[in-house]
Design a protein around this ligand. Sequence first.
Ligand SMILES: NC(=O)c1ccc[n+]([C@@H]2O[C@H](COP(=O)([O-])OP(=O)(O)OC[C@H]3O[C@@H](n4cnc5c(N)ncnc54)[C@H](OP(=O)(O)O)[C@@H]3O)[C@@H](O)[C@H]2O)c1
Length: 283
Amino acid sequence: MNILITGSNGQLGREIKSIAELNSKFIFTDKEELDITIEENIRSFVKENDVKSIINCAAFTNVERAEIDKQEALKLNSKSVLNLIRICEEFDLKLIHISTDYVYNSANKKPLDENDCVDPQNFYGHSKRKGEIFVENSYSDSIIIRTSWLYSRFGNNFVKTIINKSKTNNYISIVGDQYGCPTNANDLAQLLIKLATNKERLDKNSKIYNFSNEGYTNWYFFAKTVLKEIGSDCSIKKISAKEISQTAKRPFFAITSKEKIKRDFKISIPEWKTSLIRFLNNY
Ligand SMILES: NC(=O)c1ccc[n+]([C@@H]2O[C@H](COP(=O)([O-])OP(=O)(O)OC[C@H]3O[C@@H](n4cnc5c(N)ncnc54)[C@H](OP(=O)(O)O)[C@@H]3O)[C@@H](O)[C@H]2O)c1
């Protein structure tokens, strides 16, 4: 039962690799070994390597650049998902596709569940939503995991940025009016490995699941917690999203409910602060 990981040089892919690298069933690829924008590549790879499940971590994730390189964002976040779905249907494979809380937008702190309306605020969110639709409409055993505010020791992410800035700045300004749910990529990676090795059908109850750490915060309080936990004396100022120049709009509230994934896959999820402290203690 070979499990293919696409985009495995990215933040999430490397986190999965750090846990499952020695498990010979996992096959780690990035665009050099398997470019998922080309359907025939996926077909031959799957046949040659006897793949039975795919975890799709490949994506166009630069939110600002997606506003300009719209075709590239669509190619990877939408058209390539269709490529994967076609192969999954042809060879009867399982697919776990990773999506984002940026498909949501809410006016308040009420947790969003998977049946709530989607309303992407930027082109990245729009392109990811288009990809989701192929999974939703597929008869293959395929699910979507919507995650948010990922951080890990790999790649670029908010937590690493705050740690690095705190070493060279006396103070930093962070947005305090956008709320969401941080996710330790290690918690997500462990879940994905559990799901990919699950023998039962994944989508028997639903096609879409939210996953992040429990609880919610805003970027300012998230950064403040990082600084406190690392014992930094860098000071921090709360600013509004309006004060920074970003082309891509972000949701003000994208707080997700994890009740469905906890119930259907019988998992418990750590609180964001607990997982953050665990991360910082090992970083
Ligand atoms: N990061 C977050 O905060 C966040 C939040 C919510 C959801 N997500 C979702 O979580 C998933 C993983 O995110 P991540 O942070 O791990 O992303 P990432 O670090 O940007 O990793 C994506 C990987 O895909 C690779 N890739 C690019 N084009 C490819 C192609 N044609 N074929 C195969 N691989 C290709 C990238 O290579 P290059 O770098 O060389 O292009 C990169 O290694 C994505 O679906 C993302 O949308 C992320």
